[in-house]
Design a protein around this ligand. Structure first.
Ligand code: ADP
Length: 247
């Protein structure tokens, strides 16, 4: 497969903070419909990789191509528009709005240029809200105020809010942190379903969860790739056990 066939192709990516290389010569590729998980010890550079992809941090050198478009020089809002959605660890939902309204205002035209919220009840938006609500298991809670949702449901709502923007690549930072075992299993099914027509890059520490969802795993250590491959291969890798899994 040529590198131009991947949804995301990261090549020789480096970022230095005051001479310290947080990400050092990274090469990483994500295919269509691939659910790719990044693991590694604290400080390995995982969050920085996501920051670089979404434009929050600018690289020192190297390339990030999303559907063959170079992202390293693009401002954050343009990267979102190009089809990259990022969810941070803490949910950023509107607590005082209903689930329905949260999804509605996340439709690309649902927010005015001044940042105020606009509600656009066109047939297209209504249809999309209902479709996404079903996808993230919130159909029965559409009229519920977001503040009343469980921790897990808030995480799903935020994933739904990202899906309203129809991203082709979804990036999630520890999506099951703090969830119950049942919610974790439901989230695994949810992410696998989403990946049927999108690609996903997930940072995760919960190895049981990683086993459930990952098509491919990259292990980062000190800004570099320590190992990459299927979870079965990663689990048997002695270097990975030594620096991460064995702890
Ligand atoms: P991880 O997500 O794997 O825990 P991070 O990507 O958050 O690791 O951080 C990798 C390293 O880069 C850490 O040593 C961290 O302190 C450093 N780092 C990250 N962002 C910055 C920044 N903006 N300025 C200086 N150092 C940073």
């Amino acid at each position: 497969m040529s590198n131009t066939d991947f949804v995301l192709a990261i090549e020789d990516l480096t970022v230095s903070f005051d001479g310290f290389k947080a990400v050092d010569g990274l090469n990483m590729y994500i295919d269509h419909n691939e659910l790719h998980v990044v693991i590694g010890p604290n400080g390995a550079g995982k969050t920085t990789v996501l920051d670089l992809i979404c434009g929050k941090t600018k690289s020192s050198s190297g390339s990030i191509k999303f559907k063959n478009r170079e992202l390293t020089k693009m401002p954050e809002h343009q990267i979102v528009r190009a089809g990259v959605g990022r969810k941070f660890q803490t949910p950023s939902i509107y607590e005082n709005l209903t689930v329905y309204q949260n999804l509605e205002v996340s439709y690309p035209a649902g927010r005015s240029v001044w940042g105020s919220l606009t509600f656009k009840r066109t047939d297209e938006v209504i249809e999309r809200v209902n479709k996404i609500a079903a996808e993230v298991l919130l159909t029965d809670l559409l009229q519920t105020e977001a503040a009343l949702l469980s921790h897990g449901q808030k995480q799903w709502l935020e994933i739904g809010m990202l899906l309203m923007q129809d991203p082709e690549l979804l990036m999630l930072d520890e999506p099951v942190a703090g969830m119950s075992a049942k919610e974790r299993d439901q989230t695994a099914d949810l992410l696998k379903r989403i990946c049927q027509n999108r690609s996903m890059l997930v940072i995760e520490h919960d190895m049981e969860f990683v086993k459930q969802i990952a098509h491919k795993v990259t292990v980062l250590h000190q800004g570099k790739i320590l190992a990459a491959g299927t979870m079965d291969k990663i689990q048997a890798n002695e270097k990975v056990i030594e620096v991460y899994l064995g702890h």
